[in-house]
Design a protein around this ligand. Structure first.
Ligand SMILES: [Fe+2]
Ligand SMILES: [Fe+2]
Ligand SMILES: [Fe+2]
Ligand SMILES: [Fe+2]
Length: 431
């Protein structure tokens, strides 16, 4: 039976006030939380931050009293939901451990979205971004081990591979070149719209988390690694948000934001096994249905259209988490050498023109070296090789992956060579 949130009974706005205790009390145990409960907690925090941010932006552009009243009240509710979810993260989960969770969200969520995306161009963009977050997971894993003695697999729990991807130093591009073609709001499916808003929210929160936490470490290479990867997350927000049709009205965007919240809570509620989190997803789903009903009324009043024309008559599933190893391995083996072009398309490293704009950015940013490359040097000095957690087959092709992603230009002076990497990865890593 399909679930039509426009027809479901939610919690009316006047019943959405919660106590301080209820808002702030929940925490998971980092030793026994399922990795995908943690990814849901990370994702839904990002979804709430985006809902709240959007409503503030809308409020600053709006003169209608009834809309302002709705936004004012629900900004408070989105904010309280955000607190409840974000504060589930326990005090003893280190910044780097949380960071591995963020990158696991990015890899497994993007892979799910790519396979459930009806628009081929959007799908190609997801596959492209996927390999970048995949490499971030690998770089941060080195530091989680070196700095805290953490086995990264305690976080990803065998669900996500940790090996080199498209090297992070090659992710830096001109942010103008990152801009992609937007979907057409009249023909795009609700699934496409919800998928993009979901991923934009996740990437934005990843960026914000790195921005707020990278300075907590004294080690200059960890700081540099956060600065470098945070910049890529900025590019990801920029890239994914550019897929959204800019001609949607603010009321249409409001409707889509509430619908995205509904769809994600619905998915979380269906998938969740954690006794502490499941009732939260259920309650927040009912709250979001309440928001959606009001947003639909405002949309009809100001845009003169029916909400169902935009969001359809059933939820979509934007965030189911399961192991995506096979899918990611396939993209890795086939697309590691892919790059973006100035005409919003894609190409491969061997086809890049000499004046490719990405080279200019990379040469400027990495003139004195890339911290994400120093990361490999540091672990190699201490352990003789890098830390990888993946099937034997994948570990064996690491030097080949590096070779296929190598560019002619834009290479940081400290970048590891394919030969050195081959030599290094012939050794065993001992924990
Ligand atoms: Fe919300
Ligand atoms: Fe990332
Ligand atoms: Fe990202
Ligand atoms: Fe909402």
């Amino acid at each position: 039976m399909s679930f039509n949130p426009l027809k479901e009974k939610g919690i009316p706005l006047e019943k959405q006030l919660r106590t301080w205790e209820d808002i702030s009390k929940r925490r998971f145990n980092k030793y026994d939380v399922d990795c995908y409960s943690r990814t849901r907690q990370i994702l839904m925090n990002g979804i709430e931050v985006e809902a709240w941010n959007f409503k503030h932006a809308f409020s600053r552009l709006c003169g209608a009293e009834d809309t302002l009243a709705f936004l004012a009240m629900t900004k408070k509710f989105e904010d309280s939901q955000q607190t409840t979810i974000n504060w589930m993260k326990p005090e003893d989960q280190t910044i780097l451990e949380t960071t591995l969770g963020y990158e696991q969200v990015a890899v497994d969520l993007t892979a799910w979205l790519a396979q459930n995306e009806p628009d081929d161009y959007v799908k190609e963009t997801y596959n492209f971004g996927l390999l970048e977050d995949f490499d971030h997971l690998y770089r941060y894993s080195q530091w989680a081990y070196l700095e805290h003695g953490v086995n990264p697999n305690d976080i990803v729990q065998n669900m996500t591979d940790i090996v080199i991807g498209r090297p992070t130093q090659f992710h830096h591009n001109c942010n103008i070149m990152r801009l992609r073609k937007p979907y057409d709001k009249e023909t795009a499916e609700p699934q496409t719209k919800v998928n993009i808003l979901t991923l934009v929210s996740a990437e934005q929160q990843t960026h914000n988390y790195y921005a707020e936490h990278g300075m907590a470490y004294g080690n200059p290479t960890i700081r540099g690694t956060y600065a470098e990867i945070k910049d890529v997350e900025e590019e990801h927000v920029n890239m994914y948000e550019s897929l959204i049709d800019p001609t949607e009205s603010l009321y249409e965007k409001l409707l889509l934001h509430e619908f995205t919240e509904v769809c994600n809570y619905y998915t979380c509620y269906k998938d969740e096994d954690c006794d502490m989190m499941k009732p939260v997803w259920e309650e927040f789903l009912a709250m979001e249905i309440g928001h959606l009903h009001q947003a639909a009324k405002l949309f009809t009043k100001y845009d003169g259209r029916d909400a169902e024309e935009i969001i359809g008559d059933k939820v979509v599933i934007p965030s189911h988490f399961e192991s995506q190893k096979e899918y990611v391995q396939n993209i890795l083996e086939n697309e590691v050498g892919k790059r973006i072009t100035s005409d919003k398309g894609y190409t491969t490293v061997d086809e890049l023109p000499e004046d490719w704009v990405g080279y200019k950015i990379q040469n400027a940013n990495s003139k004195d070296g890339a911290p994400t490359e120093t990361t490999i040097e540091v672990i190699a000095v201490q352990k003789g090789r890098d830390l990888t957690i993946a099937d034997e087959k994948l570990v064996r092709i690491q030097p080949k992956l590096l070779e296929e992603s190598m560019q002619e230009d834009g290479i940081a002076p400290n970048m590891i060579s394919v030969e050195d990497y081959k030599f290094m990865t012939d050794k065993e890593f001992e924990f």
